[in-house]
Design a protein around this ligand. Structure first.
Ligand SMILES: Nc1ncnc2c1ncn2[C@@H]1O[C@H](COP(=O)(O)OP(=O)(O)OP(=O)(O)O)[C@@H](O)[C@H]1O
Ligand SMILES: Cc1ncc(CO)c(N)n1
Length: 267
């Protein structure tokens, strides 16, 4: 069985972070593993508090996985501080997994910050150059590229700039854009658009986590990068279409709706 490792934060309400990643990996059919970098007390409406795991325990978790199990792809999510970033970056440089999909998480869907503002320099200098694919949403791409993004052409310019910072490929996600849900992949030479109609829902908690871990899963299964993004886009669109209306805020994506409906359950 192919394997994928999520290095990210824990969302106790189960919709984003490590929990969304492992659900996605399981639903796609790869063996999911996790290195917990931060524990976030959050739900569909708000973040109550965040506590980071020590850099030593982050490094030890990564060692525990890599010394024992072949890792076919890595997904990196929330890294809140320069210390977390340095611990993860050092170990990724040591183990050099083939596929490293990095989601540069800065805010939760409800607007609560998950990365300290002062971490942006370390993100750019230390983390981004490790990415075989970086998957910023539009506000994150604006911060990293240092430019406003209002059009698809702006998305392309920002993707080029971010590739110039050392990411091998960049997928700018249009979930925060107006109109269709259009994402643009830049692989260093060509652009690939991925377009779906926008689903009218507030239940989009964890969409970015779902997409990046789906891409990592399909890369682990041997898909090409454009193919993995296509299949992951299909996956996240279905997971949003069947998102769960639970909680008072933005409800979570649904990962097992196909299996569940085959069992005769009502969604
Ligand atoms: N309402 C929607 N309808 C269809 N697709 C959507 C919708 N919202 C987001 N998407 C898609 O979901 C994926 C994730 O994009 P998004 O920009 O929401 O990520 P994000 O902001 O990082 O998510 P989060 O921080 O909640 O994990 C993209 O493929 C995007 O196009
Ligand atoms: C732990 C965690 N990672 C990422 C996100 C972004 O959705 C979140 N809300 N929580």
């Amino acid at each position: 069985m192919k394997t994928a490792l999520s290095i990210a934060g824990s969302d106790c309400s189960g919709g984003a972070g490590i929990q969304a990643d492992i659900k996605t990996m399981s639903a796609i059919g790869v063996f999911g593993m996790s290195v917990i970098v931060s524990v976030v007390a959050e739900n569909t409406s708000r973040v109550i508090s965040i506590e980071d795991v020590s850099p030593k325990l982050i490094a030890d978790q990564i060692d525990a996985v890599f010394e024992d199990i072949e890792v076919d792809a890595v997904k990196v999510g929330m890294l809140s501080t320069p210390a977390c970033m340095a611990a993860v970056a050092e170990k990724l440089r040591q183990y050099r997994p083939r596929h490293i999909v990095i989601d540069p998480v800065m805010y939760a869907k409800n607007g609560c910050p998950l990365m300290q503002e002062s971490s942006i320099g370390t993100l750019i200098d230390t983390v981004i150059p490790l990415a075989t694919l970086l998957t910023p949403n539009i506000p994150e791409a604006e911060k990293i590229a240092g430019m406003p993004i209002k059009t698809v052409d702006d998305m392309k310019t920002a993707a080029r700039r971010i590739a110039g910072l050392g990411a091998r490929a960049v997928l700018i996600k249009g979930g925060h854009y107006i109109g269709d849900a259009e994402d643009i992949l830049y692989d260093g030479s060509a652009f690939y658009p991925y377009v779906r109609r926008r689903i009218d829902t507030k239940n989009t908690h964890g969409t970015g986590c779902t997409l990046s871990s789906a891409i990592a899963s399909y890369l682990a299964l041997g898909e090409s990068l454009p193919g993995a993004v296509e299949r992951a886009k299909e996956y996240v669109t279905g997971a949003i279409e069947h998102a769960l209306d639970i909680g008072r805020g933005c409800g979570p994506t649904h990962h097992f709706y196909r299996f569940y409906s085959q069992q005769g359950g009502t969604l």
